[in-house]
Ligand binder design. Structure first.
Ligand SMILES: Cc1cc2nc3c(=O)[nH]c(=O)nc-3n(C[C@H](O)[C@H](O)[C@H](O)COP(=O)(O)OP(=O)(O)OC[C@H]3O[C@@H](n4cnc5c(N)ncnc54)[C@H](O)[C@@H]3O)c2cc1C
Length: 349
């Protein structure tokens, strides 16, 4: 059982900034995300795009914003459960909660902050018979650890950036990489398409287009995939099959947690972004209230107010005095201290 003060569901920019604001109040956070890496939409959908409306940054790449948020929160030692979807919630007698993921990991916290954005990103799955049987048995929709594929025969399907980038990366790790796409044209960055073409020419990647995966083979684990091109089917021996057809966001299981839902978003009050269930907050893109704007800076603001409310809930009756970080400095949970240089006090005689 993972125990924390605030359990954050969603490690997008809102969830990551919550770690910092909670840390200032000496509250510890743990984050769950269905994706294998933090950053939410910023890292999954547009890491190389510049954002122009983050206060204080005239221009910042979405991927760099994620790195900065991780760096800013690091001293408060957040925990992460990545690549797992928060599935069920149970309220205990003491008003705390247990959240269990689709992989069975249990988390216990008195405060839940849902920062789930557009919902959990679910992989688009190809329509193949018995596909469920092979999931986690050679078939993966994300690559969490490329080392798993060392010296293995890998078949990747898809025509976007992920399919290209991972084919290129795994060319130096796997013993054999085959990339299958239903069109001749790829929708990836030009340099990735060119690099894949080069690797094909020197025999480091097999590229089969226009073609489709039509069946999976293997007793209990992937042993081969059937590839159909121009009406003819061949079986390619494989230890792993990785379909990378993109992700679609779904509010998913959180929609069944008894929260008030409005147009696929969670209704909150605008005082502290609490939901209809006391102790459960919803911040960032996932919430709904009058005048809501789905912007990163709004998520940061909501996270800040939500942490204040969580602090009061956890410390009833305790007086809270807002202190500027420039004045009080920051005491990390890792023993580090950041503070601005002390003013020189000198007597005037
Ligand atoms: C192309 C593009 C450009 C954009 N440009 C800008 C811009 O210039 N400026 C701006 O302010 N905004 C921009 N946005 C919007 C901005 O990205 C979002 O407002 C922001 O990402 C919201 O952050 P979030 O943390 O609330 O949610 P998200 O970034 O969506 O993160 C939510 C995370 O929660 C996870 N999650 C959800 N449900 C579960 C569950 N049950 N279990 C586990 N994990 C779960 C998801 O996997 C996801 O990683 C842009 C968006 C796109 C798509």
């Amino acid at each position: 059982m993972i125990k924390t003060d605030i359990l954050i569901i969603g490690a997008g920019p809102t969830g990551l900034f919550t770690v910092f604001e909670a840390g200032l109040l000496k509250l510890k956070c743990h984050l769950i995300d269905a994706l294998p890496q933090p950053g939410g939409q910023c890292s999954e959908l547009y890491p190389k795009k510049p954002i122009y409306d983050i206060p204080g940054f005239p221009e910042i790449l979405a991927g760099d914003l994620t790195s900065n948020l991780l760096e800013q929160g690091k001293q408060f030692e957040p925990g992460f459960t990545l690549g797992e979807r928060a599935e069920t919630i149970e309220k205990l007698e003491d008003d705390s909660f247990i959240v269990t993921t689709n992989k069975g990991t249990k988390h216990h916290a008195p405060i839940i902050a849902i920062a789930g954005g557009l919902g959990s990103f679910e992989p688009r799955k190809p329509q193949l018979e018995h596909i469920d049987k092979y999931e986690d048995n050679g078939l993966a929709y994300f690559i969490k650890d490329p080392e798993v594929y060392r010296d293995k025969k890998v078949v990747i399907a898809g025509g976007g950036d992920s399919a290209l980038d991972w084919s290129i990366f795994l060319a130096d790790v796997a013993s054999e990489v085959t990339l299958v796409h239903r069109r001749n044209e790829f929708r990836g960055a030009l340099d990735s398409v060119e690099r894949a073409q080069e690797l094909k020419l020197i025999g480091k990647i097999n590229i089969i287009t226009p073609a489709e995966i039509t069946a999976l083979h293997g007793k209990n684990h992937i042993e081969g995939v059937a590839v159909t091109k121009d009406g003819e089917t061949q079986i390619i021996e494989a230890d792993a099959f990785i379909p990378l057809f993109g992700l679609s966001p779904k509010l998913g299981p959180i929609g069944n947690w008894g929260l008030e839902i409005e147009k696929n978003a969670i209704k909150v009050d605008t005082l502290d972004y609490q939901t209809n269930i006391p102790g459960i907050y919803a911040i960032g893109d996932v919430n709904a209230y009058e005048g809501k704007l789905k912007l990163i800076l709004c998520g940061f603001h909501e996270a800040t107010l939500m942490c204040q409310s969580a602090y009061k809930r956890l410390n009833p009756g305790k007086k809270f005095v807002l202190k500027y970080t420039t004045v009080s400095g920051i005491d990390g949970f890792d023993g580090t201290r950041k503070e601005s240089p002390k003013a020189v006090v000198k007597a005037i005689v």
